[in-house]
Each structure stands twice: as structure tokens, then as C-alpha cells.
Design a protein around this ligand. Structure first.
Ligand code: URA
Length: 238
């Protein structure tokens, strides 16, 4: 497995970021992005551990720091990773949507985050596929419903763009499995297999770390899911 450290990854990412920024700016109207500054935050990290984490979209803190998951949700994520024995700098962390999704806040003059629409998720899908193929992770951890939805769209995309005869029975069953995964509550902690044309990775859907802020009772389930992640990492390293 080829592995890139943070500096190498940053170098490889340069061209990707430039092309993605240009494309989004060019299609701004078509993507229904409201007027105002377009605040991009791209993936960051290394492929050393062969693990890629995918969140939803950057928020205010991420835009300020130019890195994904550095705000409140990021602090929870760091704690979870530390407890599991992962070094954050060995992982690659990114988001489905690479720019802040904002709306007017409750108080006049303030800006708040908003969830990604299905339209925004599908429109970000090709960039996410490009990024996955660049990192080539053995294990993908999605955080919350938005990246889970993105992975379902990716499975549908690969299923639809391959000739019927090209799909093995095993690939067909992987795609079928994905199509049933509509909500994080029904599949968190499960090991799925995502298969791209010539590349296969294990995917474990996890709750979004921010959900632990609003729903403390999820902590037990999260800990159990991270145990599953640890088991999977041991198996993959054999
Ligand atoms: N920060 C991110 O970068 N992504 C999220 O999904 C949430 C917070």
C-alpha cells in the first residue's frame, strides 16, 4: 500500500483543490449557492493508517482554521480517536461538501450552519470519489447521515455506470446492501464493503460526533462502534 504523509498529501491535494474550487465557482448558480463569500475547507491528513473519515461540511471554526473538524464536534472526534488509540495525524479527514453551508442565523446579522440537501450531496459526489481514489484508504469511517447518503449515491453511481455483465455476484450484493442503508440508526458500527471499479474498501458508518452533544445516551453505542473499528483495523493489518 502506498502511503503519503501530511506534506505529500498536501502536495497531491493542491491540484485537486484548485480544480474543485474553480468548478464550484463556475457552477455557483447551477449549484444554487447564494451570494456571499464561498468558504472552502478541504480534506487534511495523511494516508499512513489507511483510514479516511468523512463528515458533512465545514462550519465556522473549520473555515477560520482552514481544516476539517477543529470546532466543538472536532474536539469530541479527537477525544474518541484518542480513546481508540489513533493519532489524528495518521488519518485523513474530509467532508462531503467542501464549502460552508450557511443560512441566516436566529439573531439578525448572524450566520448559522445548515444541513446539506440531497442535491448538494449528489453534486459533491464526484469530488468525494476523486478524493477517495487519491487517498485509497483501506477503511472509510463516515460520520453521520450525510456522508452515509453520499456513499449510497456512490454505490448507485458505480452500479449504474457498469455493464450488467461486468458486475460479479459479490459486487451486486454489496450494492444491494448499500441501497438498504438509508439511516445511520440502522447501520452504525456495521462493516460494509464499498467497491469502486478496481478498488475496494471497508466502510463503517458512525454517528456524527456532534450528536453526542445533543444525545448523551448515544455514547455507549459510539464506544461499541469504535470497538468494532479497532477489530476491523486489526484484521486489515494482518
Ligand atoms: N466540522 C466538519 O468539518 N465537518 C462536520 O461535519 C462538522 C464539523
Amino acid at each position: 500500500m502506498v502511503s503519503y504523509d501530511i506534506q505529500e498529501m498536501e502536495h497531491l491535494n493542491k491540484d485537486f483543490r484548485k480544480r474543485c474550487t474553480q468548478e464550484v465557482e463556475k457552477r455557483r448558480e447551477q449549484l444554487k449557492i447564494p451570494d456571499g463569500p464561498l468558504e472552502f475547507v478541504y480534506g487534511y491528513g495523511s494516508s499512513a493508517a489507511g483510514i479516511m473519515l468523512i463528515g458533512e461540511a465545514p462550519g465556522k471554526d473549520e473555515v477560520r482554521m482552514g481544516r476539517p473538524f477543529v470546532g466543538k464536534a472536532g474536539a469530541i472526534l479527537s477525544e474518541i480517536l484518542e480513546n481508540t488509540g489513533f493519532e489524528r495525524e495518521d488519518l485523513y479527514i474530509t467532508n462531503v461538501v467542501k464549502y460552508r453551508l450557511s443560512r441566516e442565523g436566529k439573531r439578525p446579522g448572524t450566520v448559522a450552519n445548515r444541513p446539506a440537501t440531497t442535491f448538494e450531496i449528489t453534486n459533491s459526489m464526484l469530488w468525494l470519489i476523486g478524493e477517495i481514489l487519491l487517498v485509497r484508504p483501506q477503511l472509510i469511517l463516515t460520520l453521520g447521515n450525510v456522508p452515509l447518503k453520499a456513499m449510497r449515491h456512490i454505490a448507485q453511481y458505480f452500479q449504474a455506470t457498469q455493464e450488467e455483465g461486468d458486475l460479479t455476484e459479490l459486487q451486486k450484493s454489496y450494492y444491494e446492501e448499500y441501497l438498504n442503508m438509508s439511516e445511520i440508526g440502522m447501520c452504525h458500527g456495521r462493516q460494509l464493503t464499498c467497491t469502486f471499479k478496481n478498488f475496494t474498501a471497508t466502510h463503517i458508518p458512525l454517528y456524527h460526533p456532534a450528536s453526542l452533544i445533543y444525545n448523551r445516551s448515544l455514547r455507549k453505542a459510539y464506544d461499541a462502534d469504535m470497538k468494532e473499528v479497532q477489530r476491523c483495523v486489526v484484521l486489515l493489518s494482518k
